[in-house]
Design a binder for this molecule. Structure first.
Ligand code: AKG
Ligand code: FE2
Length: 373
């Protein structure tokens, strides 16, 4: 989240230099929200089947996605490793907070067409100092998951600023979370798009205990109702694919729960051994770091890479129509590591001036080295 000072400073600076930016704090938008406040806030709607998930959200749910033995071995591997993973710490305004879960990060080994792993060592604005290469089990899981993601992408509406090169999607990094017990979770956020680019696709694998994934609309697409909140139960060995619009129109979280069913792996950890119950959920988010974004984030005046965010509240466009072209902006993120203090950079992404692409909307597709792709 942006530091208070930085945000205010950025707006003041922006409105002094650009007349268009005044739309950012349009009073008409807040008054429209005000008229909806009087309506009862809607309770989360549980989406218990893949059909309901598809109907209400821009995500796809697949259950039983990996061969059962692979899912079980990957759970054992990650649950055993998780003891050594850190909890993220960051500044929220001037307060140092610690995330209520453990997290780690893996980079796919360097292969042709996958970009340079040296450019892939940042996650949500943080440089990962000792990125680990995909262990063999993660590579095996990728071989199952990549074709599923590509198949699901083909079934959906595509957006002009999606990656237009080849491959359309590959898992170049994996951010892995471990939630132990029912109180651990992660607060509402939209994933930073710094290396993913606009309208990204993220494939999120759940292993172990079932937890609820909560998706909250940031604005209602329907002016007569409040934004809605959805709960998607994610069982062991399920894959939730977050398609375009998930980061643009929703925030997501793993909320704490008041009860939890323990997980009993279908196979023992060692041949002939007993199986015991676990209270952990492992989440692996496979992400495609776009070649045109992974090494090109502008630096802010603090000397750190800026973070790319979508215009979640429709403040720039002033409206939230599903067919709108979304705006994205570069924002100073230094406050997270710098006691809440940042330089206030706020700059609209201009993909043509920033020489990004190829985008899906470009008729003649060429890669960044000008070779057809
Ligand atoms: O655990 C999950 O399903 C969500 C994790 C998440 O939102 C993230 O890593 O950004
Ligand atoms: Fe996330």
């Amino acid at each position: 989240m942006a530091p208070k000072e930085g945000k205010g400073a950025a707006r003041a600076e922006a409105s002094a230099t650009s007349p268009r930016i005044s739309i950012l704090s349009s009073p008409s938008w807040s008054s429209r929200i005000g008229t909806r406040r009087s309506l009862a806030r809607l309770r989360p709607l549980t989406l218990a089947t893949p059909e309901l998930v598809k109907l209400h959200t821009p995500t796809t749910l697949r259950t039983g996605v990996l061969p059962s033995e692979l899912a079980c071995r990957l759970f054992y591997y990650m649950a055993g490793d998780a003891k050594f993973w850190p909890r993220n710490t960051y500044y929220l305004f001037d307060k140092l907070v610690t995330s209520p879960h453990r997290t780690t990060f893996f980079v796919r080994s360097l292969q042709e067409g996958r970009g340079n792993s040296a450019d892939m060592t940042s996650y949500n604005g943080k440089v990962v100092h000792e990125p680990k290469e995909f262990p063999w089990l993660l590579e095996e899981a990728c071989r199952v998951i990549e074709p599923i993601v590509l198949e699901e992408m083909q079934k959906r509406r595509r957006y002009p600023l999606e990656w237009g090169g080849h491959p359309a999607w590959t898992a170049s990094v994996a951010a892995v979370n471990c939630y132990e017990g029912m109180k651990e979770g992660v607060g509402y956020h939209a994933d930073a798009l710094t290396y993913l680019g606009p309208h990204c696709t993220i494939a999120s694998l759940s292993l172990g205990c079932e937890r609820r994934f909560r998706l909250r609309e940031t604005l209602s697409p329907d002016p007569v109702r409040e934004p809605r909140t959805f709960d998607i139960p994610l069982p062991h060995n399920s894959l939730l694919i977050m398609h375009p619009l998930t980061q643009e129109r929703f925030k997501h979280s793993i909320p704490p729960q008041t009860r939890l069913d323990v997980f009993r792996p279908p196979l023992p950890a060692l041949p002939g051994g007993d199986t015991r119950a676990y209270n952990q959920r492992i989440n692996i988010t496979f992400r495609f770091y776009r070649p045109d974004f992974c090494d090109l984030a502008p630096n802010c005046a603090c000397g750190l890479p800026a973070i790319l965010r979508p215009d979640l509240k429709g403040k720039y466009a002033g409206r939230m129509d599903p067919d709108d072209e979304y705006q994205y902006f570069w924002q100073c993120d230094a406050g997270k590591v710098n006691e809440g203090k940042g330089c206030g950079l706020w700059q609209l992404m201009d993909w043509k001036a920033e020489k990004r692409g190829p985008m899906l909307c470009e008729e003649t597709r060429t890669c960044r080295n000008d070779a057809p792709c």
